[in-house]
Design a protein around this ligand. Structure first.
Ligand code: ADP
Length: 399
């Protein structure tokens, strides 16, 4: 760019010299020619010295818009944002005031964000680049996790932006825990099977009675693995479909009768009592609704006391819902466990659940299916008396 201007300037100067020489030849007036030469050269140099004006920075506001005050801009952002001038809080939006307190305006920023890692970052000089965000644990409530980003403006003020990462951190933790739990649940029966097969290959395999006993155990462990894998596949299928609301007409009364027939071979089939009212069809996925019934009735049979009734009741709930309840008269569940029962692999008594063939995934599957159907699930229990699981499912709307 510079060398191009230099060549142009030199050419213009040559033209100025030629003009002055022509004037001398044509007029024979050396003084006038000298004036022409000096003026032309000066004009060339002025033009070259000015160059083209530097390209204007891209506009930050449209011409029609008045530049908004910075406090208005930060107020429009939902996440907490602070503007810092000379280490004092010059502006704090509503999100920041709710998190740090109404009093933060004008305060020293280290006092406003009472967190050692934040104070250390804010005291560090920076070059205006955004830099890596830092993570703050325990700002607001003890379990909250925030990401803090600091950006220096052209005039030296700094913008502190806090992003709530509590939800994504919890989701990541759940994912990691789930993989660890699933691996552990699969490894346990596998290790047992390998152990028995190894023993059978040695001397124990020669004794028909021992062989038959060991093979029965291996078969049982293989079935346990199969149940677990089937439940894991069910869970991932339901999760994959969770945003697709099921819309088939399902007659829950008919489906409940069908499930009770399917369960008629189970040891507690005689305890099953059904109270089925006339209910409108629900909008659903028949396979998943049948799975709900199997899991909840199965639990009531497993954990209810032998010889006491397991009652399945179906009633209308207003105009828009159908209420499905399954009650047992078992030992019940202590209140502190109730909120966690639908977590994957959560069991009140792991030994008991495993000995009864439980995978720890039944109620997690129920919860996901009910959510996919836009329904509601409630588990109520009294220790010593029994448990009632209630599901409300939306009636199919006639369009
Ligand atoms: P599991 O395969 O272990 O039965 P679930 O997810 O179906 O897993 O249930 C989770 C836990 O909730 C069970 O391990 C059990 O401790 C408890 N639970 C579920 N239903 C009942 C019930 N009807 N009565 C007592 N405890 C129950």
């Amino acid at each position: 760019m510079h060398s191009y201007l230099g060549v142009r300037t030199a050419l213009a100067l040559v033209v100025a010299v030629i003009a002055a020489a022509a004037s001398l030849v044509l007029n024979g007036d050396a003084q006038a020619s000298l004036i022409v030469l000096v003026c032309a050269a000066a004009a060339v140099l002025i033009a070259a010295g000015g160059g083209d004006p530097a390209p204007a920075p891209p506009p930050r506001w449209s011409e029609a818009t008045r530049e908004p005050a910075i406090a208005d801009v930060v107020e429009a952002i939902a996440e907490p944002v602070l503007v810092i001038a000379d280490n004092r809080v010059e502006a704090a939006n509503q999100g920041a005031r709710e998190l740090l307190g109404e009093h933060v305006l004008g305060e020293d920023v280290r006092v406003a964000i009472r967190h050692p890692a934040a104070a250390e970052r804010l005291m560090r000089a920076d070059n205006g680049a955004p830099g890596a965000p830092i993570h703050l644990v325990g700002l607001g409530t003890r379990d909250q996790r925030w990401e803090m980003r600091v950006r220096t403006l052209g005039d030296g003020r700094r913008v502190v932006h806090l992003v709530d990462r509590t939800g994504s951190y919890a989701a990541e933790r759940m994912r990691v825990d789930f993989v660890a739990n699933a691996s552990h649940e699969l490894r346990t029966p596998l290790a047992s099977m390998l152990g028995y097969v190894e023993t059978l290959r040695e001397d124990a395999g020669d004794d028909p009675e021992t062989r038959s006993r060991f093979l029965k155990i291996v078969f049982g462990e293989a079935q346990r693995m199969q149940r677990l894998i089937e439940d894991l596949i069910s869970l991932s299928r339901i999760e994959a479909e969770k945003y697709r609301v099921p819309d088939k007409d399902v007659d829950l009364a008919e489906l409940t009768q069908q499930v009770t027939v399917e369960l008629s071979g189970s040891p507690r089939a005689a305890d099953l009592v059904t109270q089925i009212a006339d209910v409108p069809p629900v909008a659903g996925d028949p396979t998943q609704l049948s799975q709900i019934l199997h899991n909840v009735i199965g639990n009531a049979m497993k954990y209810g006391r032998e010889g006491t009734p397991v009652t399945v009741s179906l009633q209308p709930e207003g105009e828009a819902m159908v209420r499905l309840t399954v009650s047992d008269e078992g030992e019940g569940i202590p209140a502190q466990h109730l909120p966690r029962l639908t977590e994957r692999f959560y069991r009140v008594d792991s030994g008991r659940s495993r000995s009864l063939g439980g995978t720890g995934l039944g109620l997690a599957i129920v919860k996901h299916i009910v959510e996919r159907h836009r329904g509601r699930l409630d588990i109520a229990s009294t220790v010593g008396k029994g448990t009632t699981v209630t599901m409300l499912l939306p009636v199919r709307r006639l369009s």
